[in-house]
Design a protein around this ligand. Structure first.
Ligand SMILES: [Zn+2]
Length: 407
């Protein structure tokens, strides 16, 4: 078994922890991914994303440079087991030296601020793949999510949490105890000095429960619309088209995960070589717009591109609003089968999203890859098919897009 995973957020997660004064080492940590566990799981290449939250770090270019400094430090500290991929030949060379390969990516094309020169600088820094957008509009294009609705999404989640916390005493069948008061209708959690509510008979408690259900239904409707409505009109900008064409020339692979549906078709038009959806699943199996439609899967396959199975529970399977979604191995298998049925085995790869998602209980980290292999094997994938999914297909895309040698 060999593994190539096209996406993780470990660099951003670890640097964030380090900046808070916590211990954070790429070699060994308690997160989803570290080098020692990767080695145990026979990793050939891990893509490391420099993820920049556009609305949070001031100058996104400075942030990507900080992430790059951190990446270089970690490469230096771990050079006995990890080496970078600057060209296709490096992968085999690193493997021959008993080292795993690291391919550097950027998740958020907005770090370039629309400047072609910054794209070239990223190439010089070793970046070989760029996720064109995250969930914000940027100079390159538009994501599938309607970003103007973000404040509403945040507000709903906040209110829901307050209601759920305040009324959770009813969830396990016990009546609300004297020190738990149902939330007031303004969405604030019950305060400690509020009038004690005794039990179901208490009108305030009953009203709180009815209010909670009404709110759950409203939130569900809003979230369904938010998660299920793709952006069919806002694709790449003029500048974005120019930048994607330049990426292809440089040998930086465009990544359409997060990008709008319209943007996907624009990338198809602007490029000639294979490109990727590094961490996206099938929309036919889970209707979230972070996933790809069957038509997109077929066209990506037709181009020789590849898409990486994402282990994020909410992109694998939907649960009613407010219900826990722990994530399962079975759901990953369902997506794999569908994607292979629609696009052929050659379009399927891995894009775990480790350290960028809540833990999937079926696949809690890099140590779980063998478990995934066996689950897919039991579901009918052949050894040959699994070799393609776990590393062969992505290797083919790297051969077709990266320079064969780099000096
Ligand atoms: Zn992502």
């Amino acid at each position: 078994m060999k593994v190539i995973d096209m996406h993780c957020d470990t660099l951003s997660e670890l640097l964030g922890r380090k900046e808070k004064g916590e211990t954070a080492e790429l070699r060994q940590n308690g997160g989803h991914l570290d080098l020692l566990r990767m080695r145990e799981s026979h990793y050939l290449v891990q893509n490391f994303a420099m993820f920049v939250m556009l609305q949070g770090y001031g100058d996104p270019w400075e942030r990507v440079c900080a992430l790059h400094r951190y990446y270089r430090e970690e490469l230096e500290k771990n050079k006995d087991i990890l080496a970078p991929v600057l060209c296709y030949a490096d992968i085999a060379e690193n493997e021959a030296q008993g080292k795993m390969s690291s391919l550097l990516t950027v998740e958020e094309g907005g770090v370039c601020k629309g400047e072609l020169e910054k794209l070239r600088e990223l190439y010089r820094m070793g970046v070989r793949m760029i996720t064109l957008t995250w969930n914000f509009d940027n100079e390159i294009g538009h994501p599938n999510y309607d970003t103007s609705k973000k404040p509403q999404v945040r507000q709903i989640m906040k209110e829901w949490k307050a209601y759920a916390d305040a009324t959770s005493a009813s969830a396990d069948g016990k009546p609300a105890s004297a020190d738990v008061t149902p939330a007031s209708t303004d969405g604030k959690p019950a305060s400690a000095d509020a009038t004690p509510a005794s039990a179901e008979g208490n009108p305030a408690y009953a009203a709180g429960t009815a209010e909670r259900e009404r709110m759950r239904r409203e939130a569900q409707a809003f979230m369904d619309a938010y998660h299920h409505t793709p952006n069919l009109t806002g694709g790449l900008t003029e500048k974005g088209r120019e930048m994607v064409a330049e990426m292809e020339k440089l040998g930086i692979i465009p990544d359409v995960s997060h990008l709008s549906d319209a943007g996907f078709y624009d990338v198809l038009e602007v490029t000639k070589k294979p490109f990727v959806a590094s961490h996206s699943n099938a929309r036919e199996i889970c209707p979230c717009v972070r996933n790809m439609t069957d038509d997109m899967i077929r066209r990506l396959a037709g181009r020789g591109g590849v898409m990486g199975l994402n282990f994020c529970a909410d992109f694998l399977e939907e649960k009613p609003f407010g219900e826990k979604n722990p994530g399962t191995l079975e759901a990953v298998v369902r997506h794999a089968k569908h994607i292979a049925d629609v696009g052929g085995i050659g379009v399927l790869g891995l894009g775990s999203d480790f350290d960028g998602i809540d833990t999937n209980e079926g696949l809690p980290g890099v140590q779980s890859m063998e478990k995934l292999w066996h689950a897919l094997h039991r579901a009918g994938f052949s050894q040959d098919g699994l070799d393609k999914i776990f590393y062969g297909n992505v290797l083919r895309v790297y051969r077709d897009t990266l320079s064969l040698t780099y000096h």
